[in-house]
Ligand binder design. Structure first.
Ligand code: SAM
Length: 286
């Protein structure tokens, strides 16, 4: 198979299959030859691993994954890409594509059926329009994943990998941190894609763990306060939480004092440990 990052090869495929990129499906395909091997390596494409890929495009990253992993199962929503993949992935017996929406795919069953005896990881150049929903779905389903290695828009990467207790953090930062550790791996310029998007991208990795899950007494309370606080981040935490939880502000001030926070504390000042403490204290109120 000729190099799928080669523009003339892509043009040949576009013409042969009458394919046109769908903006709505986030179709920006990788054309920078140095990027896919790097994502695949960070993404745990190696012996003993089964990889779930989300969104194949013409198969540029899929090929790199299949070259190195034991098995690759990709979920691709666009039916027009299936015949293209039949051609571009024909030399890999360890690759399978499922024509479906990732948000409607039973991944626990997929892992059970396809990856017996293998460790599993997710690796993808994500369609940007569903970055957060996909990441949250993967984490919330509590799948047995070693890592989630994904390319996302640089701005989303900054938010996902931010430190809690800094201005860069948001509700999604806390939500991801609840389920694991996120880290920025490397940046990818907009020129690495065809068609080129308007913004740069970055590859991040989330490794699920139980650290905060074990510390938080009431998961519903944790997510309620995070959502309530960050959706009104300009307000003081006391103001946003008193409206989100329908609680008297004096009661909140008492809890803040006990936890060592000032009355005017804001959501972006709390570390993950402090959110955990606050959530636990609020869950104990009758
Ligand atoms: N992996 C390829 C690459 O790096 O060149 C393509 C990446 S492109 C950013 C995103 C891919 O995800 C497209 O192939 C698109 O059709 C697919 N996609 C979009 N929405 C999807 C969904 N809900 N479920 C599965 N695949 C989806």
């Amino acid at each position: 198979m000729k190099e799928l990052t080669n523009i003339s090869v892509i043009k040949e495929l576009l013409a042969k299959y009458g394919f046109s990129f769908s903006k709505g499906l986030g179709q920006n395909f990788l054309i920078n030859p140095s990027v896919c091997p790097k994502i695949a390596e960070y993404g745990l494409a190696k012996e003993g691993f089964g990889i779930i890929e989300i969104g194949t495009g013409f198969g540029t990253l899929s090929r790199e994954l299949a070259k190195n992993a034991e098995k690759v199962v990709a979920v691709e929503i666009d039916q027009r890409l299936i015949p293209v993949l039949d051609e571009t992935m024909s030399d890999f017996e360890n690759f399978k594509v499922i024509n479906a929406d990732i948000m409607e795919t039973d991944l626990a069953k997929l892992i059970d059926d396809e990856f017996k005896g293998l460790k599993t990881a997710v690796c993808a150049n994500l369609p940007y329009y569903i970055t957060s929903p996909v990441i949250m779905m993967l984490l919330e389903s509590e799948l047995p994943l070693e890592a989630i290695t994904v390319m996302v828009q640089k701005e989303a990467a900054d938010r996902l990998c931010a430190e809690m207790g800094t201005r860069a953090c948001g509700a999604v930062t806390a939500a991801v941190r609840f389920y694991g550790e996120a880290q920025m791996l490397f940046k990818v310029s907009r020129g690495s894609f065809m068609p080129a998007p308007n913004v740069d991208s970055a590859v991040i990795q989330i490794c699920p763990n139980n650290h905060y899950k074990k510390m938080v007494n009431d998961k519903t309370m944790f997510f309620k306060i995070i959502k309530g606080a960050f959706s009104q981040r300009r307000k003081t935490l006391a103001n946003s939480l008193s409206s989100a939880l329908s609680l008297n502000k004096e009661l909140l001030y008492d809890i803040f004092e006990r936890l060592g926070h000032s009355k005017n504390v804001r959501c972006e000042q709390l570390t993950m440990e402090q959110w955990t403490e606050l959530s636990n204290a609020l869950s104990e109120i009758e």
